[in-house]
Design a protein around this ligand. Structure first.
Ligand code: PLP
Length: 1011
């Protein structure tokens, strides 16, 4: 039977001491009791449901007056402690009003804490307002902005509590990182997994030693102590991301290190992306902006994160034993272990370097790293038989000239290229020679395609390729030890020298003097690629921290920090073999901002520095390779060798203008004309789509002796006076509709998905609208010279025109004496797969066709193809000339592009791969209501994102955020359409099924895990 008795507040007790009472099973309280307590003590009648807690019992109470949380305290905690928590919440509501925190409710007896008895045991409860929202713990992915907001929230709370004083803060809790060593010692017996226990013990000892050395310099204040992904509540931002806005669960409030508040938050971020522990830097930066950390606090932060993660692991296991029915605690154990592994995946020195870098303003000159250990006093080089003159540096960066034609995709590229260079050198000279790969270089050869993680590309040492058997000597005195097969570590005064790929000649181990032989370079483990070309390779790495085996290659994100402990081994070789410093993507962006017009926009807020392309891939300076889903201009793929060769050959021979008589311009014009149906037989060659559209307008205006043009809404046709005048897309120009010149007449966008007319008769109604506009223009004395339209609605995201639309409108335009222009700049040239030209899909023949983009694969090339009579009429304007339009190089490029499209079956590929991709995307749409429609055909597709499938409210902000997330996962895709809510999918036509799957998988992951 449950007894409910009000009990008066007793005498204040001292705070709880975890070490005298480490086991805190939750008090035994049923939901019925909770319901009765809420009703009788707080006057709140409602339904009750229990929610998880480590050491308390929590119940959500739903009452007509609102939602509350009834917290039944663990009896181990004193009244003072409970009061401190309540006062802490009240304090924060004034010092940090922007942070939502629970509001405590006064009980019937006038206090915030009420007492009641259950079967003779006295328990205490508080009733708090329920802070609405959801926690972050269930969001698998946390965007950098979300991690930053979490850090900012921790900063606001730490700052808001800095002046909070209360005797109940003085307690000894398990969660106060100051107690981490003792907590782990106390609870460690619960860890029966000896491997895990050992790892935790070592990590705690090392971290706590560091913390002890710093503790006198660490600020202590009132902290919440548990601002984690579980204890923040979030709203949903417009872009769909969680927005951490409130903090709950003040049960761990007490005195602690200021930096402990942040460490606790950081530790809770780790399990979301354990492979990227430095993702938590976003939280650190944001916290630091609100509560600037001192040098000592920065030094303490990572050890505190490790200590906190260790405490969580040990406590989780322990709690599981004390309270085996606590499913809440059990579920978290896997997260906790993952976080611990992530925290310990970086040595403390490396993490410290990363934190210092993150918190220093970007313009501060770099601290000089530790001086690299030079050779010993006698100056013995590591490879005594190889002179500086015999060394050649091999550039493996994204900008390397030797990594042509995708050779970097060959897993054995480094050795092959080095082998060839060595073979060439040995025939040129009889001297011993070596090929050196640079220290600190992000090697493109280490990239991975179709991978959602950043690759480990940056070399933390130098690699020497040379003849097997090349002698290796100790460059300084030290103690040598073998470290696995083919690996030796020479421990010198300031650093360990690690050599991998060595064959020992002497007895491994022991003290060596400078110049003593260490061994010889071993043959590369892979069999010789070319006959007689056995190659040895030696990886040379220095490390200034002991007992750490640094990786040979790391991600660009961690490279800066790692380089501080793995200095440049150049002095040991006698050749400067560090990769040259390159401006970062930020530097380049800053320079661009100073020099280039701001309106010449760039993709992404924080774009990678893209420096190489190959087929459907783009690689950045860090050696990360992205799948390119936007470059329709690169129709046959980036860096196509046939195109490079053809352009190079033509540049070598001749490049001039079309007033000269050379064969290429005649051949190319003929070939283009032959691609079009009669009577389209006459070609003008220009340099871009804008020029082509502009010229098409002038042709029509001259031919008809009229000025006016009919175009469709939501269109983009270019930037020149004429092409801009008929560009109506408000995404490209927010004022477009209001600022069209009087000679431009806009008809409704024939969009059957979200346009004014949908369903069966939509096509006819859009034609009717166009007829009306044309009729009005005629009646007002401004009959149209032309109607211009994309034959598949590219700018709107690949939306097909309704059946019969162009036929109907062309008829109306021609009845009014105008010409019909098909803008095929985006959708023509085989991209649609089933048709070479978009207008074919509509069963019409235009009077003028404009093309560009794909025809030059990025080389500036455009064309207008029309009827001879229309072209002839243009002579009324004098002659036509474009300096580079139709130049020999442009024509060679244009011919080669067409050859490749034919020879490689790229139009057919648009049918098969595009069809496959479309099916994958349609399947995705069945699982994710945010996908309103999949538009397009072939390899011109659009995934339209909506907030609601009925209202079709465009998911504009979500689309932008999804594109950012896709970039992080290795895919380049961008929004299009007037609402910027359509993912435009128009990759190089050589896209493979594997690439299409990678895109679909990445989109699926983004939609599932959040962005
Ligand atoms: C349909 C259409 N027409 C014309 C143009 C203008 O082409 P360009 O950028 O080559 O001047 C574009 C460019 O995006 C386009 O999409």
């Amino acid at each position: 039977m449950t007894l409910l008795q009000p009990i008066s507040m007793g005498h204040a007790m001292a705070g709880h001491d975890f070490f005298t009472e480490p086991d805190l099973p939750r008090p035994d309280v049923s939901p019925e009791t909770a319901r009765a307590v809420a009703a009788e003590h707080f006057g709140v009648e409602g339904t009750v449901e229990e929610v998880g807690s480590h050491q308390e019992r929590n119940f959500v109470v739903d009452a007509p007056s609102g939602r509350f949380l009834l917290k039944v305290a663990n009896p181990a905690f004193s009244d003072e402690e409970l009061d401190a928590q309540v006062r802490g919440m009240l304090h924060l509501s004034t010092t940090a009003p922007e942070v939502s925190v629970p509001r405590p409710r006064l009980g019937g007896e006038g206090g915030y804490v009420v007492r009641f008895g259950v079967d003779g045991t006295v328990l205490r409860a508080r009733l708090l307002s329920f802070v609405p929202g959801f926690p972050l713990i269930d969001s698998p992915h946390l965007a950098p902005a979300v991690v930053g907001r979490l850090g900012a929230l921790a900063g606001r709370v730490a700052s808001g509590l800095a002046d909070f004083r209360h005797p109940g803060l003085d307690r000894i809790t398990q969660w106060d990182i100051r107690n981490a060593r003792r907590v782990c010692e106390t609870l460690m017996p619960s860890m029966t997994d000896r491997g895990r226990a050992g790892a935790v013990r070592d990590a705690v000892e090392a971290s706590c030693d560091r913390l002890d050395a710093l503790s006198a310099r660490l600020r202590v204040q009132a902290i919440h102590g548990d601002i984690t992904d579980d204890n923040v509540v979030c709203d949903r931002e417009r872009n769909g991301r969680p927005f951490p806005s409130g903090v709950i669960d003040f049960g761990d409030t007490g005195l602690g290190w200021t930096v402990g508040e942040l460490a606790t938050t950081c530790a809770s971020v780790l399990h979301h992306a354990p492979e990227r522990p430095l993702a938590l830097l976003a939280a650190v930066r944001a916290f630091h902006r609100i509560v600037p950390l001192t040098d000592a606090e920065i030094a303490a932060l990572w050890p505190a994160i490790v200590a906190r993660s260790a405490v969580l692991v040990v406590s989780g296991v322990h709690q599981g034993r004390v309270d085996p029915t606590n499913a809440y605690a059990l579920r978290r154990q896997e997260h906790e272990w993952r976080a611990f592994e992530a925290a310990t995946s970086l040595p403390a020195e490396v993490a410290h370097a990363a934190l210092r870098d993150a918190l220093e303003p970007r313009d501060t000159p770099k601290r000089p790293g530790r001086p690299a250990p030079a050779r010993g006093p006698a100056g013995t080089p590591l490879l005594p038989t190889v002179t500086e003159a015999g060394m050649t540096v091999l550039d493996l960066s994204a900008g390397s000239e030797v990594l042509r034609e995708g050779t970097w995709l060959d897993g054995d590229a480094e050795r092959r290229i080095a082998g060839r260079m060595l073979a060439a050198a040995s025939t040129a000279t009889s001297r011993a020679s070596a090929v050196i790969c640079r220290y600190g270089e992000a090697r493109l050869t280490r990239t991975r395609v179709h991978d959602d993680r950043a690759p480990t590309t940056v070399a933390l040492g130098t690699e020497v390729f040379c003849a097997p058997g090349t002698p290796v000597a100790a460059p300084f005195a030290g103690i040598a030890r073998q470290d696995g097969p083919g690996s030796v570590v020479l421990r010198g005064d300031g650093a360990d020298l690690r050599l991998t790929g060595i064959r020992l000649t002497g007895v491994p181990g022991g003290r060596l003097a400078e110049g003593d032989p260490l061994g010889e370079v071993a043959a590369h483990p892979l069999p010789a690629a070319e006959p007689g070309a056995a190659v040895g390779s030696l990886f040379v790495q220095l490390c200034t921290i002991r007992d750490v085996e640094p990786p040979a290659f790391v991600t660009a994100e961690t490279a800066g920090a790692w380089r501080e402990v793995c200095p440049d081994p150049s002095p040991l070789l006698g050749l400067d073999c560090a990769a040259p410093g390159e401006p970062t993507s930020r530097n380049v962006l800053d320079l661009r901002r100073t020099a280039l017009a701001g309106v010449q926009e760039h993709y992404y807020d924080d774009p990678p520095r893209i420096e190489r392309g190959w087929r459907q891939h783009l690689s950045d300076l860090d050696g990360r390779t992205y799948l390119d889903m936007v470059n329709n201009v690169a129709s046959i793929g980036h860096a196509h060798p046939r195109l490079t060769a053809a352009a190079g050959r033509q540049w070598d021979l001749l490049n001039t203008n079309s007033r000269f008589n050379y064969r290429a311009v005649a051949d190319f014009a003929r070939r283009l004309a032959d691609l079009l149906p009669d009577p389209l037989d006459t070609v003008f060659l220009v340099n871009s789509g804008s020029e082509a559209v502009d010229l098409a307008l002038r042709l029509a205006q001259t031919f008809t002796r009229r000025q006016d043009v009919v175009c469709v809404a939501e269109a983009y046709h270019g930037w020149t006076m004429g092409s801009d005048a008929i560009s109506t897309s408000v995404a490209d120009n927010p004022n477009a509709l209001a600022t069209r010149p009087p000679w431009v007449h806009t008809v409704l966008a024939p969009n059957t998905f979200r346009g004014r007319f949908r369903g069966e008769d939509a096509g006819a109604r859009y034609v009717e609208d166009a007829r009306r506009v044309i009729g009005e223009a005629v009646r007002s004395g401004r009959p149209p010279a032309a109607f211009v339209c994309e034959a598949l609605y590219g700018n709107a995201g690949g939306v097909p025109l309704p059946d019969g639309y162009l036929r109907g409108v062309y008829e109306a335009v021609r009845e009014a004496g105008g010409l019909c222009v098909a803008d095929e700049v985006q959708v023509g040239y085989g991209r649609l797969g089933h048709h070479f030209w978009g207008f074919e899909q509509q069963g019409v023949t235009p009077d003028i066709v404009t093309i560009a983009k794909a025809m030059g694969n990025g080389h500036p090339l455009g064309a207008v193809i029309t009827r001879r009579d229309v072209a002839e009429e243009f002579s009324a304007n004098g002659y036509f000339f474009s300096s580079a339009g139709g130049s020999p190089v442009s024509c060679a490029v244009g011919m080669t592009v067409l050859d490749v499209i034919e020879d490689e079956g790229l139009q057919e590929n648009a049918v098969t791969t595009g069809g496959h991709l479309r099916r994958r995307l349609e399947k995705l749409a069945t699982d994710h209501p945010i996908i309103g429609a999949v538009h397009g055909m072939g390899l011109y597709l659009g995934v339209e994102l909506v907030r609601d499938r009925d209202t079709l409210e465009p998911a504009t902000e979500e689309t932008a955020a999804i594109c950012e997330r896709m970039l992080e996962l290795g895919v380049i895709v961008q929004p299009t359409g007037d609402h910027l809510n359509v993912l435009k999918i128009k990759p190089p036509l050589c896209l493979t099924a594997e690439s299409a799957d990678f895109f679909a998988d990445t989109l699926a992951r983004t939609l599932r895990d959040g962005w």
